[in-house]
Design a protein around this ligand. Structure first.
Ligand SMILES: [Fe+2]
Length: 281
């Protein structure tokens, strides 16, 4: 194929325009262009599917408005889940507009039993090294007052229309708060599903000695910026880079990483925010 000099110069001249359009798309279009995904997971514990809503990484901040989070929750409520799991990073650094945030979270918890684990941005040793809180007491209070049960190295025994399972929420991995002993066991005590909420999927290595079926994670944001065609994700904040998002079968267990609702720095590219539904049998 021969390209004329004029066409080549025209192409070069268009690069700044394409760059500007790309930047507008990254900042204004993709960050709240939610994708609803639905996956079936067979763990052999439920006679009929347990329909789970899995959301993560709201990152309320100057970059992610509460209106955007409310839009995600409104869309989520249309999906008629039986239970909702929120896997951390409710804020980026500071909690503001608490009463409005509570109102939005209550829309979810008032219709769907909602459980959460804490993320590295919510407060703790890691957050304190940057612009965050040294503990997650503010986020804990936000969740409690919003009707959401936070599980911090704790177990909830649930029975949803005859579907019995143990739900274990772990502390954040980067904050050094992931403490599975006492809440997870090498052999489960009852013949029922064990589902784990853990913000950072890198925590899985420390959970190998324990008996569980499904772990729900966030943290990666899917990489947030994905290079088209090449699929490169240069900003993945995990050691295990071969598994940035989606459903992984890990031995006899399953791990689900959702790309999350919010973002850092107000941009996403080729990596839309995700509302996940998991149908678990
Ligand atoms: Fe996050």
């Amino acid at each position: 194929m021969k390209i004329s000099r004029k066409k080549f110069l025209t192409f070069l001249g268009s690069i700044p325009v394409l760059g500007a359009l790309g930047m507008l798309y990254m900042r204004l279009a993709e960050p709240d262009w939610y994708e609803v995904t639905e996956k079936d997971i067979e763990i052999g514990r439920f006679a009929s599917p347990l329909r789970i809503l899995h959301l993560s990484d709201f990152h309320a901040s100057e970059s992610v408005s509460l209106a955007s989070i409310e839009k995600a929750i409104d869309l989520s409520l249309e999906l008629k889940a039986e239970v909702a799991f929120l896997t951390g990073d409710f804020i980026t650094w500071q909690l503001t507009e608490e009463s409005e945030y509570k109102r939005i979270l209550q829309k979810l918890s008032s219709q769907v039993p909602t459980f959460a684990c804490i993320g590295n941005h919510d407060g703790g040793k890691w957050a304190a090294t940057s612009h965050g809180y040294s503990d997650f007491s503010k986020v804990r209070a936000l969740l409690k007052e919003s009707g959401i049960r936070l599980l911090f190295n704790e177990t909830a025994k649930l029975d949803l229309k005859g579907k019995h399972f143990s739900l274990v929420g772990l502390g954040d991995y980067w904050s050094g708060d992931t403490k599975p002993s006492g809440v997870l066991f090498p052999t489960r005590s009852a013949d029922e599903a064990v589902i784990v909420l853990s913000h950072n999927p890198d925590s899985k290595e420390g959970l190998k000695p324990y008996d569980w079926d499904l772990m729900c994670c966030g943290h990666t944001h899917g990489g947030q910026l994905v290079v088209p065609l090449l699929g490169l994700r240069p900003f993945l904040p995990v050691v295990e880079k071969s598994f940035p998002e989606g459903l992984l079968t890990w031995g006899k267990r399953h791990i689900h990483i959702t790309r999350g609702i919010g973002n850092l720095h107000g941009m996403r590219f080729n990596c839309r925010p995700e509302i996940s539904i998991l149908n678990v049998t």
